[in-house]
Design a binder for this molecule. Structure first.
Ligand code: DLZ
Length: 163
């Protein structure tokens, strides 16, 4: 391949396909809710901006980031969706809890993607501090929920074309 058809990053939403026929699941963790609900707002708004309808966006709330893969599996099992976006925020603390949760969730979502052939999007912040999280939830580094939505739209298109 001489060059890729598109040269897009996960935050470039200028050349996305029309999302109006697409169905999305969003699973959002309520731990660090000030951050994760801001990620959710950015994600939801971006899906609508690109044509997705409210009826085609199913939301599930789970207690913490660790529960994202289970919530995603339940949602994908009961709803017809083209992509599931998982949003959470694990802030580094004095113990290694962040490593255990982040490794489990990233591996869990990869396993779900491979087992089902459907896209499960990793929209989890892994900051060292609450301030770093705020910077990425609508602050100086943008909103990673927006990026997760952009990724989901691109992967939903691939998934729909693969069937
Ligand atoms: C227990 C815990 C801790 C210490 N920190 C976080 C965090 O920063 N972000 C997060 O989303 N969840 C955290 N949790 C909760 C776990 O994700 C999970 O809900 C519990 O361990 C129960 O399985």
């Amino acid at each position: 391949m001489a060059s890729a058809h598109k040269n897009l990053s996960s935050y470039d939403d200028t050349q996305l396909p029309d999302a109006s026929p697409m169905r999305f699941g969003i699973v959002v963790a309520d731990w660090n809710a000030d951050i994760t609900h801001a990620l959710y707002a950015g994600c939801h708004e971006t899906l609508l901006k690109h044509g997705a309808t409210e009826d085609n966006i199913k939301t599930v709330q789970v207690p913490g980031t660790f529960e994202l893969p289970a919530g995603a599996r339940m949602l994908a099992g009961r709803e017809k969706v083209d992509a599931v976006i998982c949003l959470g925020c694990v802030i580094k603390g004095e113990t290694k809890h962040d490593e255990y949760i982040n490794n489990a969730v990233s591996q869990g979502l990869v396993n779900l993607s491979i087992a089902t052939g459907q896209p499960f999007i990793f929209g989890v912040l892994t900051p060292n501090s609450h301030e770093q999280a705020l910077d990425r939830a609508g602050g100086k580094h943008g909103n990673k929920g927006v990026e997760a939505a952009v990724t989901a739209i691109r992967m939903a298109e691939l998934y729909r074309n693969s069937k």
